[in-house]
Design a protein around this ligand. Structure first.
Ligand code: IDP
Length: 138
């Protein structure tokens, strides 16, 4: 059993994709162990995307991710980290596998609907950044 951090980004929430994406997660068989809609502070956004802070798109990314409500999701399941990354598809929707969320619902790399942790270390870090222990099911 593995836990990962998933997020429906502001573009996904604004476009009313929340029910579609939650339905895919639940139908896949993952257990939702934490769920909340929230607006991310700039501090949290900068910490979440710290690995990109030298990249030219960092400012734009922080503006985007704090620009409207997101849905923060803690998922649990077998191989949930890679499994959720697979369901999302590649970062650039043009390269995303057919049937993946980014292939089905996004056209640009900047606004690509969802986030998912890319390793056990980032999953632990990101779950800790977005959820307190009491907000997660045992
Ligand atoms: P990931 O979300 O698939 O893990 P990362 O490379 O970690 O992809 O990038 C994090 C996020 O930063 C992307 O999902 C996207 O929103 C944004 N991003 C990445 N590359 C670019 C870019 O070249 N232009 C604008 N935004 C980008």
């Amino acid at each position: 059993m593995e836990r990962t951090f998933a997020m429906i980004k502001p573009d996904g929430v604004r476009r009313n994709l929340t029910p579609e994406i939650l339905a895919r997660i639940v139908r896949k068989g993952y257990r939702i162990v934490g769920l909340k809609q929230m607006v991310i502070s700039r501090e949290t956004a900068q910490a979440h995307y710290a690995e990109h802070k030298e990249r030219p798109f960092f400012g734009e990314l922080v503006d985007f991710i704090t620009g409207g409500p997101v849905v923060a999701i803690a998922l649990e399941g077998e191989n949930a980290i890679l499994g959720w990354r697979g369901m999302m598809g590649a970062t650039n929707p043009a390269n995303a596998a057919p049937g993946s969320i980014r292939a089905d619902f996004a056209t640009t790399t900047g606004e690509n609907v969802t986030h998912g942790s890319d390793s056990p270390e980032s999953a632990e870090r990101e779950l800790g950044l977005f959820f307190s222990e009491g907000e997660l099911l045992k």
